[in-house]
Design a protein around this ligand. Structure first.
Ligand SMILES: Cc1cc2nc3c(=O)[nH]c(=O)nc-3n(C[C@H](O)[C@H](O)[C@H](O)COP(=O)(O)O)c2cc1C
Length: 163
């Protein structure tokens, strides 16, 4: 099953809660066969999840109840290739310039309409980002560095969390 949603973040980007979310995802997802990518934008999250339905559906229910965000809106939910396009990314993470993708919130907090075609474009952009982050890395501090192993990334985030 694969699923894409967006939500309105409670905390600012660079907040510790993002680190907690990421560490939880990295701990829980792998053993359940779940992979995906989390985009942080100004005031918003976009998350792609891929994995067995028995694992993804209950996770989505938990996520939807999480107080660290609100306004959860499912943009895609479908049965697809059991092979994950996110390969070994039990969860990817990066900051995106939402305005360049036409995804920004207006000053009143209103979000643009996202139709199915746009949702697929977002999904594909996340898949591409997982690939390019592996090859080129990223400047965003919590994100996985170039060719950093999952374990090394997790250790680095745990150290940041303790400081
Ligand atoms: C935007 C967002 C994305 C999240 N993504 C995941 C995820 O991919 N995997 C996960 O296990 N928890 C994720 N969570 C956290 C869950 O809502 C929940 O807190 C967590 O699964 C509870 O895990 P625990 O019982 O092991 O503490 C996310 C939360 C938010 C707000």
């Amino acid at each position: 099953m694969q699923l894409l949603y967006r939500s309105v973040a409670r905390d600012e980007e660079f907040a510790e809660s993002d680190l907690d979310i990421l560490l939880t995802a990295l701990k829980n997802n792998g053993p359940k066969g779940i992979s995906g990518f989390l985009w942080r934008a100004r005031g918003q999250f976009f998350q792609a999840l891929h994995g067995p339905k028995e694992a993804v559906a209950p996770l989505m229910e938990r996520i939807a109840r999480d107080e660290r965000h609100s306004g959860v809106e499912i943009l895609l939910r479908e049965s697809r290739d059991p092979q994950s396009p996110f390969a070994d990314w039990s969860m990817g993470y990066d900051y995106i310039a939402e305005d360049s993708l036409g995804l920004g919130m207006d000053p009143n907090g209103a979000r643009p309409v996202i139709d199915e075609a746009k949702a697929r474009q977002i999904w594909e952009a996340m898949v591409e980002q997982a690939r390019s982050q592996d090859e080129w890395g990223t400047h965003f501090p919590y994100a996985r560095k170039r060719q950093e192993s999952l374990d090394a990334w997790k250790e680095r985030l745990e150290m940041v969390r303790q400081v």
